[in-house]
Write a protein that binds this ligand. Structure first.
Ligand SMILES: [Zn+2]
Length: 146
């Protein structure tokens, strides 16, 4: 038998959601209104209703064979990382500049960056965002002008 307690999330409530998890049939969870649901406890103080549902975790094993937890991430983090990888793997300088602008949500065109780079090379003042593009894309810009 194992008793679990969770803190109620109702604002200002100091109560708990308390339930016994021993009887949960993990391999065949009961269904309530089309959703898997083990139990429906209420807060000990405010009476807010909760549902205990099946959940999964992602794990791996370290060199000693001990269980390691994996940090969860949100889908937008992954999407952003994919865009960065896509940018890093881009070999065409024009495309790489275009993707960099897009990733950083700049409003420049590739031609803008190129002319900004040429002005910068001649010692002209360029904006902070233009300078960022120039510094990050210097090898690509060099390839485009040569
Ligand atoms: Zn409560």
């Amino acid at each position: 038998m194992s008793i679990e307690a969770h803190k109620c999330n109702a604002s200002g409530c100091k109560g708990f959601i308390v339930f016994e998890n021993a009887d949960f049939n993990i391999s065949n969870p009961p269904t309530v209104n089309g959703m898997y649901e083990f139990h429906n406890p209420v807060c000990t103080e405010c009476g807010k209703e909760y549902k205990v549902v099946p959940h999964y975790v992602v794990i791996s094993f370290d060199e000693q064979g001990d269980l390691e937890e994996v940090e969860p991430a949100c889908i937008t983090e992954w999407e952003r990382r994919e865009k960065v990888r896509n940018l890093e793997n881009e070999t065409d300088p024009h495309e790489k500049i275009r993707k960099y602008i897009q990733l950083h949500r700049y409003t420049y065109s590739v031609a803008d960056i190129l002319s900004g780079y040429l002005q910068h090379k001649q010692g002209a003042y360029v904006s902070y965002t233009m300078k960022d593009c120039i510094e990050q894309l210097r090898p690509e810009l060099e390839r485009l002008i040569n």
